[in-house]
Design a protein around this ligand. Structure first.
Ligand SMILES: Nc1nc2c(c(=O)[nH]1)N[C@H]1C(S)=C(S)[C@@H](COP(=O)(O)O)O[C@H]1N2
Ligand SMILES: [Mo]
Length: 223
């Protein structure tokens, strides 16, 4: 098994995120994804709308920027590209060219991807993991899955997707830990300014503590 540079395989798939010990957000009785940004029309996507689009399964490893990789996860859901072609392209004004996509979670988390990265074949709006509905720990009701980008792009509890024609305002822009704009794991694009190899050893010391904290906020009895 080959992993991207600087990654180590771990057993299982821990709950792990910037949420640390905070429990996952409650799931609304009728969850929706608000779709907006530079479109001629904003719209609301219900889970039923999503269920009407063609589905796929993607088996892939999951790579956190902190350096752990969970291997062989079997995701199911709707390809992001399918959603884009079916529902977003028809509401683009002529000549408008989308460059960036913002993914927002019910906990207020946000990630930004270039449209070209989000349109890759293996990028999903996933609602199942290993044959089961997503648990709250892993992003219920639906999450973004972009296996060739670091975990931080893979927004859980997806509730809003914004389409933009330029780089959206990014509050972390000047932080030394500002996210890399592409975050491709095979290129080790961990951060915008700091080279991946420099942050590796620091991150490795944080994996244990972050993992224990995240487990404390877990909604699963034995996680
Ligand atoms: N909504 C939301 N999505 C999120 C995060 C978060 O804190 N909130 N953390 C990100 C990070 S840094 C990682 S590594 C993965 C972890 O996914 P997991 O908890 O399913 O392992 O979720 C990503 N998506
Ligand atoms: Mo992460």
């Amino acid at each position: 098994m080959t992993l991207p540079p600087g990654q180590r395989a771990i057993d299982g798939f821990p709950r792990f995120g910037t949420h640390l010990h905070h429990p996952p957000p409650p799931i609304p009785a009728s969850p929706v994804i608000e779709v907006g940004g530079e479109l001629t029309q904003q719209f609301t996507l219900t889970m039923t709308d999503l269920a009407q689009l063609p589905r796929v399964e993607v088996t892939a490893d999951f790579h956190c920027v902190a350096g752990w990789s969970a291997t062989d996860l079997r995701w199911a859901g709707v390809p992001f590209a399918t959603l884009y072609r079916a529902r977003v392209e028809p509401v683009l004004a002529p000549g408008v060219s989308i460059s960036h996509v913002v993914f927002e979670g019910l906990d207020g988390y946000q990630s930004i991807a270039l449209l070209e990265d989000a349109l890759a074949d293996d990028v999903l709006i996933a609602d199942r993991l290993d044959g089961q509905p997503l648990t709250s720990d892993h992003g219920a009701p639906v999450r973004l899955v972009s296996p060739s980008q670091y975990g931080f792009v893979n927004t859980k509890h997806l509730c809003r997707i914004g389409f933009h024609t330029s780089q959206p305002v990014d509050p972390d822009k000047w932080s030394p830990l500002a996210a890399h704009r592409r975050a491709r794991v095979w290129e080790e694009e961990r951060h915008r300014y700091l080279p991946g190899r420099v942050v590796r050893p620091i991150y490795h010391t944080l994996i244990g503590p972050i993992r224990r904290m995240s487990a404390r906020g877990s909604s699963e009895p034995h996680a």
